[in-house]
Design a protein around this ligand. Structure first.
Ligand code: GA4
Length: 334
């Protein structure tokens, strides 16, 4: 197998002053057990495209089991992890993100959610025994976690439909529930970056700024900071980590379906000089053949802002882009 040379540290992007520029606006918190949570969700999606959820109903046991399996995986020797092959796009990746030259201080495992029990097939390499063994143990933890998180994502999408007074209320959630749903699961490990200390206030990018192309993303991380979101005025704020909460991102597809009433949130992760950050993200996406277009009840008689496209077409365009590109631009009507 051909091993590509690792990107040198000079190739990583730095942010000169990555300190948050906004004056601590509160990140919205939604308590899913409260009767008015749908209104809070709508407000948060309109103002931030992002919020934190508590009382989410995902058992802590599922979370810690998967976290410990992920930690075991990332602790395998690098040569073992790399034997699984380059991500295409699924599999293990180290520092290279996507196919178009993006790099970050991160290693990750990207999985499709709809191929179990043949998940191992996504790997292009020789699947060393250590990996296969890990995967066998992990499958149970992965399935438990993903089912619970998907259920929560669907509940949130149904509250969104209710809050927007759209019928039927499963208009968004049915896309994730579909057997053909093109959802993705990502484990990201950001090792401590020694260079952070020596760069005089500059910060190394762990995962560069981008929006998520799918409908909704559900992120859970350990207690290490690093995630930042961009506000509507272009300023960046740090998201205080909370291992007991989930963080929800509006994705590009939901932006289109709501005809821009919600906007997908631009976010990035900065490397930490001392602590490891581990995050697990479920990206809820529609089936490849699904048409993505503004819902007629949300255009209010006005022209829709976006051309209709299938998720397959959008995904193709996504994989031809760089992380920071504005991918929806090519699908806007103007
Ligand atoms: C960003 C959101 C998800 O992590 C992801 C990423 C994907 C990848 O890592 O393969 C992409 C990125 C993401 C958008 C632009 C392209 C594709 C890397 C990249 C440079 C899995 C996704 O769906 O889009």
């Amino acid at each position: 197998m051909v091993m590509l040379a690792k990107p040198a540290i000079e190739q990583f992007s730095y942010i000169r002053n990555s300190r948050p520029t906004a004056l601590f606006p509160q990140i919205p918190v939604v308590d899913l057990s409260k009767p008015d949570s749908k209104h809070q969700i709508i407000k948060a999606c309109e103002e931030f495209g992002f919020f934190r959820v508590i009382n989410h109903g995902v058992p802590m046991d599922f979370i810690s089991r998967l976290e410990s399996e992920a930690t075991k995986f990332f602790s395998l020797p690098l040569c073992e992890k790399e034997k699984t092959g380059q991500p295409k796009p699924y599999g293990y990746g180290n520092k290279r993100i996507g196919p178009n030259g993006d790099v970050g201080w991160v290693e990750y495992l990207l999985l499709t959610t709809n191929q179990d029990p043949n998940l191992l097939r996504f790997l292009s390499g020789e699947n060393p025994e250590s990996f296969s063994l890990w995967f066998c143990y992990c499958r149970f933890a992965l399935n438990n976690y993903m089912s619970a998180v998907k259920k929560m994502a669907c509940e949130i999408l149904e509250m969104i439909a209710d809050g927007l007074k759209i019928q039927p209320r499963n208009v968004f959630s049915k896309l994730l529930m579909d057997e053909q749903s093109d959802s993705v699961f990502r484990l990201n490990h950001y090792p401590p970056c020694p260079d952070v200390q020596s760069l005089n206030g500059s910060n190394v990018i762990g995962f560069g700024e981008h929006t998520d192309p799918q409908i909704i993303s559900v992120l859970r991380s350990n207690n290490t900071s690093g995630l930042q979101i961009s506000l509507r005025d272009g300023s960046w704020i740090s998201v205080p980590p909370d291992q007991y909460s989930f963080f929800i991102n509006v994705g590009d597809s939901l932006q289109v379906m709501t005809n821009g009433r919600f906007e997908s949130v631009k976010h990035r992760v900065m490397a930490n000089g001392v602590k490891s950050r581990l995050s697990m993200i479920y990206f809820g996406g529609p089936p490849l053949s699904e048409k993505i277009a503004p819902l007629p009840s949300l255009t209010g008689g006005e022209q829709s802002l976006y051309k209709e496209f299938t998720w397959f077409e959008y995904k193709k365009s996504v994989y031809n882009s760089r992380l920071a590109d504005n991918r929806l631009m090519h699908f806007a009507r103007i």
